[in-house]
Ligand binder design. Structure first.
Ligand code: FAD
Ligand code: SF4
Length: 405
């Protein structure tokens, strides 16, 4: 059940023997971000969902054990990653989320000179600008980024590729291959009346900096996925007193674990309601009938106004077009995701893509797993390239300043 194939029985056995560093070595042989995955993986659908102990009772807490080993290592080991011998080839990675960071680490370990270009002012992607601090402390992500920097990876923040520099310009600057891991950052909208009112916000925007929002005491969250749980729990921590989460279906799509915390913290769930209009007083919902097969039908005449000071729409995200607008030959799917083959090759030779920007909104370790394969394909691609021409200015004379002027 683990997308990155952590050798679970082996590492759990080492934990049981008290050999935590050995357990850590086993985990990191296939998983580069254990302190993060141990905290944010939806384990009930992945590793723990397959644990045979879960059939009759509770599964082994694999995620918790993984997190413990990673934290133990961080606390007790001062071993630093060492920059490998350079092979002189430059690679550009666009986006410093789990995909980009994984690819950067794997290629740096093979001796490539890797530069990561990140639009935000801190590296981490959703790990920093989406998942709240109470679920994943930012210091942990920072530490993982520092590990990559020790390997020689250069991280350039506040650099929006497609706006400041185009992908083609990166090739002109000597990068031999480009990895795109830009995720999905354009919120999906409801397309209903009133959505442009000032009291309507979007999950991914709100989570970037909740401190600057004044939501009021009653908030409606539309959507019941994992991001909606993060929004709801964050809003409650920022002073919201009454928080209702509305779901189209009769179930919560967030993981049981996240939903249970949301309930404990006071989130109230309302099911089978579809928003039809937003006003400055709240949201008008219509009731839905849910058939056995999950088909939803509106029940005319059941519309009611549910009062709220603010509304946060949390119905997933799609890709931004900043890169594709500036590099027209990059093919995309009808949803605007990068079109790639199974190892991340896009329609332009030398440009690869991975993570949510290719698969749509998924999970952290899925992005890590896929990006590892893509990094391998990039390595193979770069082996086929002709040797570099010598640097035209390698032997130019060095000018001397006349300090007296
Ligand atoms: P991202 O993490 O989105 O990173 C993309 C990076 O690219 C960003 O830093 C962005 O700023 C940068 N970028 C974009 N465009 C440009 C550009 N033009 N130039 C330069 N940089 C650019 N998954 C889990 O497994 N567990 C969870 O608990 C979980 N919770 C989540 C909660 C929320 C609120 C959200 C939104 C998602 C959650 N996910 C969770 C999903 C998970 O975070 C993503 O699947 C994962 O982050 C995808 O990684 P990525 O590197 O492909 O993209
Ligand atoms: Fe489970 Fe995630 Fe660790 Fe895999 S990486 S063992 S899915 S917690």
């Amino acid at each position: 059940g683990c997308p990155v194939n952590v050798r679970i029985p082996e590492f759990v056995a080492k934990v049981a023997e008290g050999k935590f560093e050995e357990a850590y070595e086993i985990i990191t042989s296939t998983n580069s971000l254990p302190a993060i995955s141990g905290r944010v993986c939806p384990q009930e659908n992945q590793c723990e969902g397959k644990c045979v102990r879960g059939i009759k009772g509770e599964s082994v807490s694999i995620g918790r054990l993984e997190r413990f080993c990673a934290d133990y290592h961080m606390k007790h080991s001062d071993a630093k990653a060492v920059k490998p011998q350079s092979n002189g080839k430059k690679v550009a990675v666009v986006g410093a989320g789990p995909s980009g960071l994984t690819c950067a680490g794997d290629l740096a370990k093979k001796g490539y000179e890797v530069t990561v270009f990140e639009a935000f002012h801190t590296a981490g992607g959703v790990l920093v600008y989406g998942i709240p601090e109470f679920r994943l402390p930012k210091a942990i992500v920072k530490k993982e980024v520092e590990n990559l920097q020790d390997l020689g990876v250069e991280v350039k923040t506040n650099m929006v590729i497609g706006r400041v520099l185009s992908v083609d310009e990166l090739f002109e600057m000597g990068y031999k291959a480009i990895f795109i891991g830009t995720g999905v950052w354009r919120p999906n909208t409801l397309h209903i009346k009133g959505e442009s009112l000032g009291n309507v916000h979007y999950a991914i925007n709100y989570l970037q900096n909740p401190d600057v929002y004044h939501l009021g005491s009653r908030v409606i969250v539309i959507g019941a996925g994992n991001a909606a749980m993060d929004v709801a729990r964050t809003a409650i921590r920022h002073g919201t007193r009454h928080l209702e989460c509305f779901s189209l279906s009769k179930t919560i799509s967030a993981s049981e674990y996240e939903a249970s915390y949301a309930k404990l913290e006071g989130v109230n769930f309302i099911f089978n309601k579809k928003p039809v209009e937003i006003t400055d007083k709240g949201v008008v919902f219509i009731d839905l009938n849910e058939a056995e097969d999950g088909t939803l039908t509106e029940l005319p005449g059941t519309e009611k106004l549910y009062p709220a000071d603010s509304v946060i729409v949390s119905i997933s995200q799609g890709p931004c077009t900043t890169i594709t607008d500036s590099t027209k030959d990059l093919k995309t799917t009808p949803r605007g995701l990068f079109e790639t083959d199974e190892v991340g090759r896009t329609s332009i030779p030398g440009i690869f893509a991975s993570g949510d920007a290719v698969k749509g909104a998924r999970t952290v370790v899925e992005a890590v797993a896929y990006s590892k394969n893509v990094a391998e394909a990039m390595h193979e691609y770069m082996q086929t390239l002709p040797p570099d021409l010598p640097d035209a200015y390698a032997n130019v004379p060095v000018a001397e300043y006349d300090e007296g002027n």
